[in-house]
Design a protein around this ligand. Structure first.
Ligand code: F0G
Length: 464
């Protein structure tokens, strides 16, 4: 399989290739990001996306049960016996008229792709199963990541479920929600808390994994992104293999949007779709590097030659000002997204936009997603908050068919949820007010009652 699959620099003018077994995850010639690339002409590819449905009838085979690996012909880098699956990708794409109404779309137009249903509660498992499989192929015994909490939970659960590797996770001190930290601890990962934020932790884990020969599973690892492509295949499946007009996704380290862009480019190349959806990426306003670079500085992929001078000077200014990402949507509290070039490429290929949503907008949207019957963590709701803005701006039409990716489970960050719905002004102020959240328009406050039957009955009759 090796000569049919390799790693290739994403910059066409460099185009250097490296073997599938390399774990440097940087172009050997120019240091750029790598893709996993395939000689599609010499690989068996289904004639139509609909053919994947046949796998449903063979669900006792773990590879066909997995919502990731049943699409493995579209990322054929691993021989079947090497694949490590823990049943990821059994997720839900549900139409939501309540959230559509909130965002300004017509009924029937909005679908929410709920990735919180994965084994570790976030979309990360789609990519982790792929990275983990690659790690197994090259004989790794230790795997590491820096994380705002979901990548670490995902790595930790794969290690715990398979006992194939030891998980080593780097997290910024105080920068991770308790839901996510508790997962890493329970699953038995070696948890290294760094006095710094995600950007610091990522820099350190890259240094350390290079030094100690530890396999790195952050999204700079192109094998992880291969698994994340399948989120798009499942959305297409839910749309009966029709292509929606827009995919809206939160942006942090920009792995998802990069993977989604690659998925659609390849489907076009393979003749399995005839047009790609447009991509909308939504940053948190307190961590809006991609928004600044794409929308304000106007930087484009430019056929593989983005204006690196502008990007570098933006980053240098951030360094000089010691600018730190700051948002309640802690999962996307990232200022130096490693996949920025790939994200630019995705937007060029599919067409798209970047927006920012502040914590107020994110928490209001999150409450609406919950009230609409799914629920998600704050970062995930950035997609719905961004959608609402794009409809208001007229960029997305109320008639467009849209899929918003809800990246993480509602229980990942209960602190943020409870603070939003609290009836105690001091708690609200301490947790949210100081971050610029002024009101909780959709708060569902708990009703305080004395321990007295008559009072309890009265409270229920009054409120419900
Ligand atoms: N949503 C959630 C719930 C996340 O955990 C993340 C990233 C993102 C969105 C952003 O995705 O990086 O592909 O743009 N979380 C990483 C982590 C950084 O460490 O768990 P992206």
């Amino acid at each position: 399989m090796t000569d049919l699959v390799f790693q290739r620099c994403i910059h066409p003018h460099c185009g250097a290739t490296t073997d599938i077994s390399s774990t440097a995850f940087a172009c050997p010639q120019c240091g750029g990001l790598l893709d996993v690339a395939y000689e599609w002409d010499r690989l068996p590819v289904p004639k139509a996306l609909r053919d994947f449905e046949a796998k449903w009838s063979d669900r006792h085979n773990p590879l066909n049960f997995s919502g990731v690996w049943r699409f493995r012909e579209l990322f054929p880098f691993a021989p079947d016996p090497m694949i490590m699956t823990i049943g990821e990708g059994q997720t839900l794409c549900r139409q939501s008229d309540a959230v559509a109404q909130y965002a300004g779309l017509k009924p029937g137009k909005l679908y929410l792709q709920y990735e919180g249903m994965n084994p570790s509660g976030s979309f990360k498992d789609n990519g982790m199963t792929a990275a983990f499989t690659h790690a197994r192929m090259i004989g790794a015994t230790r795997a590491a990541c820096a994380s705002t909490g979901n990548t670490s939970a995902s790595l930790a659960i794969y290690c715990a479920a398979t006992h194939l590797m030891r998980a080593i996770i780097f997290i910024g001190s105080g920068k991770i929600s308790y839901g996510k930290l508790s997962q890493a601890l329970d699953y038995g990962a070696l948890t290294v808390q760094i006095a710094g934020d995600f950007d610091d932790a990522l820099r350190r884990v890259r240094e350390v994994s290079g030094k100690l020969g530890i396999y790195l599973v952050n999204s700079v690892n192109p094998f992880r992104l291969e698994g994340q492509k399948t989120v798009m295949y499942r959305i297409l499946e839910a749309f009966r293999w029709e292509v929606p007009d827009w995919i809206v996704v939160p942006g942090g380290n920009l792995g998802n949007v990069s993977a989604f862009g690659k998925a659609f480019s390849e489907l076009l190349e393979l003749g399995l779709i005839t047009q790609a959806p447009k991509l909308a990426v939504v940053n948190a306003a307190g961590a809006n590097t991609f928004y600044q670079i794409y929308e304000k500085q106007g930087v484009r992929w430019n056929g593989g030659r983005p204006d690196t001078g502008r990007i570098d000077s933006f980053m240098q200014r951030m360094d000089a000002d010691n600018a730190r990402a700051d948002t309640l949507a802690s999962a996307i509290e990232i200022n130096r997204p490693v996949n920025l070039p790939k994200a630019l490429r995705a937007l060029e290929r599919c067409g798209g936009v970047v927006r920012e949503a502040n914590d107020q907008e994110i928490l209001d949207a999150k409450a609406q997603v919950g009230a609409g019957g799914l629920g998600c963590e704050p970062a995930s709701a950035a997609s719905v908050a961004g959608l609402k803005k794009l409809v208001a701006e007229g960029v997305i039409s109320p008639d467009d068919r849209v899929a918003c990716v809800l990246t993480g489970h509602v229980l990942k960050d209960p602190d943020a949820t409870v603070a939003y719905h609290t009836s105690d002004p001091a708690t609200f102020e301490a947790k949210l007010g100081k971050r610029g959240v002024k009101r909780a328009a959709f708060a569902n406050k708990a009703v305080q009652v004395p321990n007295d039957l008559a009072e309890i009955v009265k409270a229920i009759e009054y409120n419900a």
